[in-house]
Ligand binder design. Structure first.
Ligand code: GLU
Length: 495
């Protein structure tokens, strides 16, 4: 094999559901460590549970990974020297390794059904779900023959040691130790010839030369058994790191009742992939003394270190995600803003009327100017249509709070006076410079003995329907003289 890189990490989701934030964070930490170390990041789909795996979930996971920008060096669609990367296509590999274990006497046949094991557990006064009791450990040849002639098909269990301890030095938790007599003999090959998760994961991590297994701490209880498999096959163990779980704001395990949990839900809520990545990185990893919280992808790769992954659970904070998202949105350049905003306009059917744009502009040029004008207000994608709608239609809604600026008997006359002033000041043909609008507004305010703001506030409502918008003169300049005048007259009650 040509690849000799020592640092190899993998994300190994089971395609039994969408990619949720916990899985995405696991993927991210693996990706970050691989990138930081100049190593390899592998995606492996663990679909040996045929009943629960679906193609829809498989596709959703790939889509979410792509959206997050967590590109894999080896895996589905990319290939690589250790493929296939879909466990259901590796059955022969598991069977071969199981044969090795059988030959060394480490596996034994077990004919028990789940119900039988549960019934015996209850009879012993234990919980139904307590582990396997070793019932078939020492079956005599005659018993095996009897089961076989009754048509029973065995599963294969690994005989684990009864004495001593199994331990490892966890990258996150430090030393973890389990008594061997408490590690049950779990099944490695099922009756249907499929491997169990615990077996397939070890075989694949070894054959794919995984150096670091970083995963959620819901797998801590599987690790001692998996270490027994490494030992039984005489394989070197990778390093293990188990990341603490993600809690909801109420510090209970994060679930749907807290709000969005899947990556695609956040995408649909207008979260940027870079912001999602930034926020997920902060869930369980602390960037150190600098206090910085807003990171580009490259900065994250530079700053990331497994040493600063916390061992205590992290609480998902929706407001903080929104805040980080806003920081990323504000920093986007014109091309990125345009790419995000165009589909939103299309979805509303806001194709721009040619009469709307300044002569030198095409639609995208106009939209680019509009978006640039939003400046720091480009911070919540869901609000963008409402913030820019008035650039595309006269039929924009008026915010009730903004409408209050039109109350007052003196307002219609002021708006009319401003419309008249602009009509007189602006050239009858072609666009006027921004300054022409500003001079007209300031000139009229001075003539009427008013502050410029006394004109600008009602004017803003007339032109935009909003309490806040980009600079008024810029707005006027962009929508153009005729439309500005028409809207002022409409708000003054004169058409
Ligand atoms: N397929 C397992 C899961 O989705 C992950 C296995 C692992 O990371 O070891 O939970």
């Amino acid at each position: 094999m040509s690849d000799t890189s020592a640092v190899r990490l993998r994300f190994a989701p089971s395609p039994t559901g969408y990619l949720h934030v916990g899985g995405a964070r696991t993927a991210l930490f693996n990706w970050l460590h691989a990138r930081k170390a100049g190593g390899v990041f592998i995606l492996r789909i663990e679909d040996t549970d045929q009943e629960r795996s679906t193609d829809a979930a498989h596709q959703a996971i790939l889509r979410s990974m792509e959206w997050l920008g967590l590109a894999w060096d080896e895996g589905p669609g990319v290939g690589g020297p250790c493929g296939p990367y879909l466990q259901s296509e590796r059955l022969e590999i598991y069977q071969e390794q199981a044969a090795t274990l059988r030959a060394s006497g480490r596996l034994y046949r077990c004919y028990c059904t789940g119900e039988e094991i549960a019934a015996r557990n209850v009879a012993r006064g234990e919980q139904e779900s307590a582990g396997y009791d070793g019932h078939c450990r020492e079956l005599a040849a005659a018993q095996v023959a009897a089961f076989e002639s009754a048509g029973r098909v065995p599963s294969w269990r690994l005989r684990t040691p009864d004495e001593g301890e199994t331990f490892w030095y966890d990258l996150v938790y430090d030393k973890r130790e389990f008594r061997n007599d408490l590690i049950t003999d779990r099944v490695v090959m099922k009756q249907d010839g499929f491997p169990t998760y615990n077996f397939a994961v070890v075989v694949d991590d070894h054959l794919m030369r995984i150096s670091h297994v970083l995963r959620g701490d819901d797998h801590v209880s599987n690790t001692p058994f998996q270490l027994q498999i490494y030992d039984a096959l005489g394989w070197e163990r990778p390093k293990f790191g188990h990341m603490p779980m993600i809690l909801g704001p109420d510090r209970k395990r994060l679930s749907k009742r807290h709000g969005a949990t899947s990556v695609e839900e956040f995408r649909d809520q207008g979260i940027l992939p870079d912001a999602m990545i930034n926020y997920l990185a902060l869930l369980g990893w602390s960037p150190g003394a600098s206090g910085d919280e807003v990171f580009t992808r490259d900065a994250l790769v530079k700053a990331f270190s497994l040493k600063r992954v916390n061992s205590s659970p992290a609480a998902f904070d929706y407001d903080k995600l929104t805040h980080i998202n806003a920081q990323h949105l504000k920093r986007l350049g014109p091309a990125d803003r345009l790419a995000l905003a165009e589909p939103m306009l299309d979805a509303r059917g806001w194709a721009l009327d040619p009469a709307w744009r300044a002569p030198a502009d095409d639609t995208r040029g106009y939209l680019t100017k509009v978006l640039a004008m939003l400046g720091g207000r480009f911070s919540d994608l869901r609000r963008i249509p409402e913030q820019i709608g008035f650039f595309f239609t006269d039929d924009f809604p008026v915010d009730p709070e903004a409408a209050a600026h039109l109350d007052g008997t003196e307002i219609p006359a002021r708006l009319r006076a401003l419309a008249d002033r602009l009509e007189a000041a602006l050239p009858s043909q072609g666009p006027a410079p921004q300054e022409a609008y500003e001079e007209a507004v300031r000139g009229l305010a001075a003539d009427l003995g008013l502050e410029a703001g006394d004109l600008i506030h009602p004017c803003r409502v007339a032109l935009t329907g909003l309490t806040r918008s980009a600079g008024m003169f810029e707005v006027m300049w962009l929508i153009g003289g005729p439309r500005t005048v028409a809207r002022l007259r409409r708000a003054a009650g004169v058409r």
